[in-house]
Design a binder for this molecule. Structure first.
Ligand SMILES: [Ca+2]
Ligand SMILES: [Ca+2]
Length: 405
């Protein structure tokens, strides 16, 4: 009797799982990652932006991380504070400095020259002129600790896991600045791991992915933590023929540039490149034109009399998703936006639905509500499908019971 009940349960679980409907690495439902929070709606990398992403149904929220002068991890897309905060109205230009940022001489207010107390006097602003500016000056710059607390509190409150997807920004640059500020060369990586282990444990099942465009830091982290690691893959642009344009500083991981290596981002996605990535990471996070080839053939497909990237001809998958899955790697594609960058798609929901159909394991989007809607429409009538499979499970269970009787 107990055997029959268990076999019925197992069959129902295995057969009824709607996960079977997805072409992802593990057949599981893909994830929607709130890119810099719900940054299409609120100033990026604020607790308010992350909270809105969670409210909209994002499975993960994405804090990009940089270091302050006193070694605190804060959420900013760049060590440069100029574009996303009101720093210029609170600190005079004497606080600017000129630094080599991934080979580019840059004069700016750098986070690593400000203490956390100073950063806490700043307020976030919306960097994209076309987006809502009415929340400028309202929200603080959060620390990683505050982002973790938000995710964990929201998880407990709404009863579903909310993961975090921290990105180490410019590790090579941070290594130099951390040392200048009296910290060890690997302080940035070590501080992140220490905080994550304290909050989630040293576990591959922690609801966390650590991501980076560099490679040496991920290889180092592979020896420090069991938490999942994702190799980001960048490019400069996409050519009319659909191939990726590789121009510095977006041609190679910057640690490889500094080491004098010749490996490009595109090289990371060849079968040999993916095999190498799989030795230290659990997934890849490629810019989406690496996954789907689109061609600018001069046809106005949207019929608005203007040629834009939306008009590009969609030639289909490049094979990178299948190759990555064959190497055992998850594929999380970036970035999906309602107001920009729909290569071959004018409708952002349709674009993400298309990528889900190809088997991506997750999408980074500034508009998590659109991502969640795209996921809901990615599998036709998922509930009916699940019910049908559950029915099959019951039939199989009854059949087993009859045989045993
Ligand atoms: Ca990021
Ligand atoms: Ca058009």
């Amino acid at each position: 009797m107990r055997v029959r009940v268990i076999s019925l349960l197992i069959l129902s679980t295995l057969v009824a799982s709607p996960a079977l409907a997805f072409n992802t690495l593990n057949g599981q439902s893909p994830i929607v990652i709130g890119h810099r929070g719900a940054s299409g709606y609120l100033p990026e990398h604020t607790l308010e932006s992350y909270a809105l992403a969670i409210q909209q149904g994002a499975h993960f929220i994405e804090p990009d991380l940089v270091l302050t002068r006193d070694g605190q991890l804060i959420a900013r897309h760049e060590p440069i504070l100029d574009g996303t905060t009101d720093v210029a109205s609170k600190f005079d230009a004497s606080r600017k400095s000129t630094r080599n940022l991934d080979g580019v001489s840059t004069t700016a207010y750098f986070a690593d020259t400000f203490t956390l107390a100073e950063v806490k006097t700043l307020r976030a602003i919306q960097p994209r002129a076309s987006r809502n500016q009415s929340f400028n000056g309202l929200y603080e710059i959060p620390t990683l600790d505050e982002v973790i607390a938000l995710a964990q509190n929201q998880s407990a409150q709404i009863g579903r896991p909310i993961g975090i997807y921290p990105e180490l920004k410019h590790s090579t640059y941070m290594k130099i600045q951390a040392q200048a500020n009296g910290f060890s060369p690997t302080y940035f990586e070590d501080a992140l791991v220490s905080k994550l282990h304290a909050a989630y444990g040293n576990s591959a099942t922690a609801p966390v992915f650590i991501q980076s465009f560099e490679t040496a830091n991920l290889k180092y982290l592979n020896g420090q933590t069991n938490i999942n690691l994702v190799q980001l893959v960048d490019a400069d642009d996409v050519n009319a023929n659909g191939l990726l344009s590789l121009v510095a500083p977006y041609a190679q991981p910057y640690d490889i540039v500094v080491a004098g290596g010749s490996t490009t981002f595109a090289d990371l996605l060849t079968p040999a490149g993916l095999a190498e990535v799989a030795t230290y990471a659990d997934g890849i996070g490629p810019w989406k034109p690496y996954l789907v080839k689109t061609v600018d053939d001069g046809v106005d497909r949207t019929g608005d009399g203007i040629l834009s990237i939306n008009d590009r001809r969609v030639d289909g998958p490049t094979g990178v998703i299948a190759a990555a899955h064959a190497a055992g790697l998850l594929v999380h594609a970036y970035t999906f936006r309602n107001d920009a960058s729909g290569y071959g798609f004018a409708d952002p929901q349709a674009e993400m639905t298309y990528y889900f159909g190809l088997g991506v394991d997750g999408v980074f989007t500034d508009f998590p509500d659109t991502g969640v809607a795209a996921l809901a429409s990615a599998v036709p009538e998922p509930e009916t499908y699940a019910l049908m499979l559950a029915g099959l499970g019951l039939v199989a269970g009854f059949a087993a019971r009859r045989r045993k009787a």
